[in-house]
Design a protein around this ligand. Structure first.
Ligand code: ADP
Ligand code: ZN
Ligand code: ZN
Length: 731
């Protein structure tokens, strides 16, 4: 037999399938050791076949199997083919997604525990006759043994000394039993809340189960009971002997969310996320692979959970940007979910209170089946959103962070011993330029996206076309010199709050204060137990939290994400505000949201304050069509990086000249095609150049494949070339 093997080497030149002679018992999907050049390395058997096209004398033989089971099921071998094609990945990149690092680097091994028990062969008296008189520890041990009881060997070793325990094992008095121990991540115990589905929820469950070959978009306001819908569908497919994957954005993977699922499904749930130790991750993966757990819950990468016979795949908060892997290996989770669903013939559910424009557009076109849950499950209305014009505050002499209205409401909230959350929707570190008196924002004349201020060369740059503008000193609209670049940080907000409310507990939750594994949980617990209390935070506070005493949500500067240089910044702002607003007034107490902005008349704020997703969608999708942005076009960035500047530049030029020939022949398809240095021209010693393309979709598969081919066939040695599709970070 011949085995097609891919070798575990990250090198474009080695990204091929090699034929080896298979030793007996080698299985497709198994990890093997193979001779490669002068070395022995690891590889993966993709397929077995009778004959090789190569001369048999040239073929080397597999040395042996690495594990006693195939780590890749046939589904993953199929997925490898599909993902390579769709995302231009190397085989080895796919393997690295499919197989947990802990298994690949051999760092996590199963944890074995030795137990001992007495054997029937010797009674205690007989044992005593066979030990030396002065071996007092052995005698003590024998006297303590009870028939039929299992002792952890490590415990006995501690008490009696390992040499004594081993002696009794050697003598045949004790029998050793080895068992693998499962390291399970900690879960918060919670009682399962059994609910009867509303008629609306029931209808969704029924329709999903009746249309299993479809992708379903579940558009339901925050608190409408989407999670209950997922759980009912999962419960049904488990009854049929199938399995399920539920994906949640990493920052929403809170202990509360996890305990909701473990309360209902118990040990059937396996959790995969970055907070786990190597051993825990490895064991959870094994539990899924062997069928001990049938539901995988985790962030993006859990889409590769080693489950067979999938019955449903759920992407909760499907609009979340984290579903797109933006660094190598780059992939879109939605597409992977659809590949797996097709293979397993199971439905996909995309759930959100604010679906991505792209998904909603697909639902409108009939590609996805649309379901709507318009009301909260507990029939409570959503909290009112008040818009405060910060330009008025500046004109009235208040140049601080908090408007008079927000200060007043915070005071009220504290007085009633309730809780408040203050939100800074800051993304990345880039900054825009805004006039604090009239709200003017510097935008690109060609692209209508906000310009990014680059401090290093004191310029405003457009990340979509590379046009550069002088930094402003006066507002072109009103002449004011009261311009501000960029963003306030959480720390500054906490500082200012401390001055206003010296006696109130103020907590800060952002990337810096939650780096440590347990810090986030501790923060949340403190918040839950402190009244009054003000929590200041970034996106992290927007997700999944359910605190009944939060009556006030303040959005410090809603514009921060609105003027981010990204064609999706309106959409992202709408999504973020809806999400944070959903934190207020979830239980009996009424909630209120105060949104501070310098551009109060922006249509995003009008729609968001009415919770009018559909109105927003119509307006925004129209704009995208008119301005030529996705989903009506596709943006591709070919990013070339290298420590050798000349090589990066030459590689870019070489690729560009080939692409440009093609563009010249197909002029009408392209809205844009240019080579340039990246807005941030150097990161961590690597120089960065890029080719930006924007083209109409009708010819799309051909163009994308064509670009992939050009990059694959180029012999770039010193530079690395990435292809990004509709990237959100263009810096
Ligand atoms: P979503 O995921 O849409 O934000 P959840 O599923 O978390 O909403 O539901 C919000 C709250 O409503 C939860 O506390 C949940 O237990 C409750 N809930 C959901 N469905 C029902 C129902 N049919 N009857 C009563 N309570 C429900
Ligand atoms: Zn102005
Ligand atoms: Zn531009």
């Amino acid at each position: 037999m011949i085995a097609e093997v891919i070798v575990d080497v990250t090198n474009d030149q080695v990204d091929k399938v090699f034929d080896y002679i298979a030793t007996p018992n080698i299985l497709a999907g198994q990890r093997v050791y193979v001779p490669f050049g002068k070395r022995i390395i690891e590889g993966y058997v993709l397929r077995l076949k009778e004959h090789s096209d190569l001369d048999a004398k040239m073929l080397k033989t597999i040395i042996g199997a690495k594990d006693d089971y195939p780590v890749l099921t046939p589904e993953f071998i199929d997925l490898n083919d599909k993902m390579r094609k769709a995302f231009h990945l190397r085989n080895v990149d796919c393997m690295r997604l499919f197989i947990p690092t802990q298994l690949r680097n051999g760092k996590a091994k199963p944890l074995y525990i030795n137990f001992v028990e007495t054997t029937d062969a010797f009674k205690p008296d007989e044992m005593l006759l066979n030990v030396r008189k002065n071996a007092t520890k052995q005698i003590d041990l024998i006297l303590s043994l009870k028939e039929g009881q299992l002792y952890a060997q490590s415990e006995l070793n501690k008490k009696y000394g390992s040499n004594n325990v081993n002696k009794l094992i050697e003598n045949g008095f004790l029998r050793q039993i080895t068992s693998a121990k499962i390291r399970s991540p900690e879960r918060i115990a919670k009682e399962d809340k059994q609910v009867t589905l509303t008629q609306e929820q029931n209808k969704v469950v029924e329709q999903v189960l009746a249309n299993r070959d479809k992708c379903h978009l579940l558009f339901g306001v925050t608190g409408s009971g989407k999670t209950e819908v997922y759980m009912h569908v999962i419960s049904q497919v488990l009854k049929e002997g199938k399995t399920a994957i539920l994906l949640v954005p990493e920052i929403s993977l809170t202990p509360q969310v996890l305990s909701t699922f473990t309360a209902r499904f118990g040990d059937d749930v396996a959790i995969l996320h970055s907070g786990l130790s190597d051993g825990e991750r490895f064991d959870e993966w094994q539990r899924l692979r062997t069928g001990q757990a049938r539901i995988a819950i985790g962030a993006r990468s859990a889409i590769f959970a080693p489950l067979n016979n999938l019955g449903v795949i759920v992407l909760d908060e499907e609009h979340d940007p984290s579903y797109k892997a933006e660094s190598n290996p780059r992939y879109q989770t939605h597409d992977v979910a659809l590949f797996r669903a097709k293979f397993n013939n199971c439905p996909v559910i995309l759930g959100s209170a604010t679906p991505s424009l792209e998904s909603f557009y697909k639902a409108q076109k009939g590609e996805y089946m649309l379901h709507i849950l318009p009301n909260r499950a507990n029939a409570k209305s959503l909290p009112p959103i008040e818009i405060v014009n910060m330009c008025d505050e500046v004109r009235a002499g208040n140049t601080g962070i908090f408007s008079a209205r927000l200060t007043e409401q915070l005071t009220e909230c504290v007085k009633l011993k309730n809780q408040a959350m203050l939100f800074l929707n800051r993304r990345g570190f880039s900054s825009y330029m805004i006039c604090r008196e009239c709200g003017y924002v510097a935008k690109c004349e060609d692209c209508d996206v906000s310009l990014v201020y680059h401090k290093e060369d004191n310029l405003l740059k457009c990340h979509y076309c590379n046009r550069r503008y002088k930094a402003l000193t006066n507002c072109p609209a009103c002449g004011s010199t009261y311009l501000r670049m960029g963003a306030i940080g959480t720390q500054k907000v906490v500082e200012e709050l401390g001055k206003l409310f010296p006696d109130v507990t103020i907590l800060r939750m952002d990337f810096d204060t939650t780096k440590n594994k347990n810090a986030l949980n501790e923060l949340l617990t403190t918040f839950a137990n402190t009244k009054p209390c003000i929590l200041v935070g970034t996106q992290m506070i927007a997700k999944g939290h359910d605190f009944p005493n939060v009556t006030l949500v303040g959005i410090i500067n809603a514009d921060m994400s609105l003027h981010f240089s990204d064609y999706r910044s309106n959409e992202r702002t709408f999504q973020l505000i809806t999400q944070v607003a959903g934190r207020a007034g979830r239980a009996e107490k009424e909630g209120r949201v105060i949104l501070q902005t310098y551009t109060p008349r922006h249509y995003v704020y009008r729609f968001v304050s009415n919770y009018d997703y559909l109105g927003f969608y119509k307006k925004e999708i129209n704009l995208r069509e008119v301005s030529g942005f996705p989903p009506f076009t596709k943006i591709i960035r070919i990013l070339v990086t290298s420590t050798d500047k000349d090589d990066a530049r030459a590689t870019t030029a070489r690729l560009y000249s080939q692409i440009n020939d093609y563009v010249a022949l197909n002029r009408e398809q392209f809205l844009f095609c240019k080579a340039m240095s990246s807005p941030i021209s150097r990161i961590e010693t690597k120089y960065r150049f890029q080719i930006l393309l924007r083209f109409k979709l009708d010819t799309e598969p051909k163009i994308t494949d064509f670009l992939y081919d050009i990059v694959s066939n180029d012999k770039h040695q010193k530079s690395t070339v990435f292809i990004e599709i509709n990237p959100s970070n263009m810096s």
